[in-house]
Design a protein around this ligand. Structure first.
Ligand code: PMP
Length: 305
């Protein structure tokens, strides 16, 4: 990653990709206290457009507020940095990664001299798990790692340190021949994937876990709005892993993963074991929306002009 060509927005100005470096004593590198986002821009008929940028920036600021990190820029400046990152790298579609982090001004947990820094990088990143997975679905395994307890890590913050748990779970799932992990909350109820929210469908009703211990996903919110528009009954509730075993279909949602069918959980085929009809409808509507083909949703797109 670090040896690419291009430009990265760092603390208010663009620097060469290869020079966008921090010191080894960068505080966030040591203790994981930082916040970030994962944002996507898609190629539309009017040029590249960022999907739900304001919602991502709002969540970035909420995450910073939870961690008591003072954002050194306004939301407008952060939005503009995203747009400029697309433009200055001549990208038609991209994954965008803003991150607010503590610098190397101080070390130790008591450091009170820290400054919050902000970076925004953008690069081309196609389908998270490959094009094929979007159609045939993925195999998932319930993790031996528990998702965060709400009073240990802050589950509403998209915080750097939270992702150690995600990586442990994902690596375990990959090592067992699956593509993704399903994490349960400390009480044993379904929380989310390592970087995705989960939905299941049973008898035409769509279910997703309450927000207690999962991230308030923007794709999750998008799908819930679609469900309402399309007239589906949409229920947020506690879900057990065996409810997933017997569902008709299941899918993950996330900015990186988009809408991804789950064909198997813990060796059990889910429904027909392939992308189900509701998943297909949601996936098609999602891509139509992000690609700017639904005029009713143009408010969700920020053109990078
Ligand atoms: N849960 C976790 C743990 C995530 O990292 C993500 C990705 N940001 C999501 C859910 C999905 O969130 P979003 O739809 O906003 O990308």
């Amino acid at each position: 990653m670090a040896d690419r060509e291009g430009l990265i927005w760092l603390d208010g100005k663009f620097v060469d990709w290869k020079d966008a470096k921090v010191h080894v004593l960068t505080h966030t590198l040591h203790y994981g206290m930082g916040v970030f986002e994962g944002v996507r821009a898609y190629e539309t008929a009017d040029g590249p457009a960022i999907f739900r940028l304001q919602d991502h920036t709002d969540r970035l600021f909420r995450s910073a507020h939870i961690l008591q990190m003072d954002m050194p820029y306004t939301k407008e400046e952060v939005n503009q940095a995203h747009i400029d990152a697309i433009k200055s790298n001549n990208l038609n579609h991209a994954y965008i990664r803003p991150m607010a982090f503590y610098g190397s001004e101080g070390m130790g947990l008591r450091a009170d001299s820290l400054n919050v820094h902000l970076m925004v990088a953008a690069w081309e990143w196609p389908a998270y798990m490959g094009e094929e997975a979007r159609e045939i679905g993925i195999k998932v395994r319930t993790s031996s790692y528990t998702r965060h307890h709400v009073n240990i890590s802050m589950t509403k913050a998209k915080a750097n340190g939270n992702y150690m748990n995600s990586m442990l779970a994902l690596r375990e799932a990959l090592a067992s021949g699956c593509e993704e992990a399903l994490l349960l909350d400390p009480e044993g109820f379904v929380a989310e994937g390592s970087g995705e929210n989960i939905f299941i469908v049973r008898n035409g009703v769509i279910y997703t876990p309450e927000l207690t211990s999962c991230l308030d996903g923007i794709t999750r919110n998008t799908i819930m709005q679609f469900a309402e528009e399309l007239g589906y009954k949409m229920v947020e509730k506690r879900i057990t892993r065996d409810e997933i075993y017997v569902c008709d279909e299941a899918f993950f949602t996330g900015t990186a993963a988009e809408v991804l069918p789950i064909c198997e959980l813990d060796g059990r085929k889910l429904g027909e074991g392939r992308r189900g009809p509701v998943t297909t409808i949601m996936q098609e509507k999602y891509f139509k929306t992000v690609l700017g083909q639904d005029p009713a949703k143009s408010d969700w797109l920020t053109l990078c002009k």
